[in-house]
Design a protein around this ligand. Structure first.
Ligand code: GRF
Length: 181
């Protein structure tokens, strides 16, 4: 988590009545993130981490010891160290607010993505849920969902459309990965 935590909120609510799913930890790198408040309200422990610690073997080991079924990145902006990716092959997923491979990679996050899509007058945008590998936004794609841009689309209006897609598709995709794959 680095930010608002709307995906966290939605995912937690989606699985709230499912005894087979436990969100063990919210790992957060930004002390200002509203996601922290949300996690507290949801009763989920928060593990704050700084950049140096995040990249240590000890942090990877701590995560490995949790023996997680899935690590979900939702608005997490740092590159995940190779050691952590290797500890959890095909078990770390990210959601990106555009149709990868376009509008992905370093610098394409948050409103920057929607500004670029609108500026290019793209007919479509959407979301990409993908596995995380060593290169930003380039892991194997699990699911994409599309929206059409209107003539008068703005970055803000597009962000709202994308947000709805995220809310609709991320929890169910997580469920699929956990139980139906
Ligand atoms: C989402 O738009 C997601 O696609 C991107 O970061 C944003 C996170 O929003 N990776 P939130 O913190 O879940 O509200």
């Amino acid at each position: 988590m680095s930010g608002n935590g709307t995906n966290l909120q939605r995912i937690a609510e989606y699985f709230a009545n499912n005894p087979d799913v436990e969100i063990v930890n919210v790992v957060c790198n930004n002390p200002q993130a509203y996601a922290i408040e949300r996690a507290k309200n949801l009763g989920i422990p928060v593990r704050m981490v700084g950049k140096t610690e995040f990249n240590t073997p000890e942090f990877t080991q701590e995560m490995a010891d949790l023996n997680l079924d899935l690590i979900v990145l939702a608005g997490f902006l740092w590159k995940v160290p190779a050691s952590l990716i290797q500890a959890y092959p095909r078990k770390i997923v990210n959601i990106h607010p555009a149709l990868l491979p376009n509008y992905g990679g370093k610098g394409f996050y948050g409103e920057h993505v929607h500004e670029a899509v609108v500026a290019a007058k793209e007919p479509f945008s959407g979301i990409t849920i993908h596995y995380v590998n060593e290169v930003y936004d380039s892991g194997e794609i699990i699911l994409q969902a599309y929206v059409t841009l209107s003539e008068d689309e703005t970055p803000d209006s597009l962000a709202a459309k994308i947000h709805k897609l995220e809310q609709a598709y991320f929890p169910v995709t997580i469920q699929q990965l956990l139980f139906w794959s």
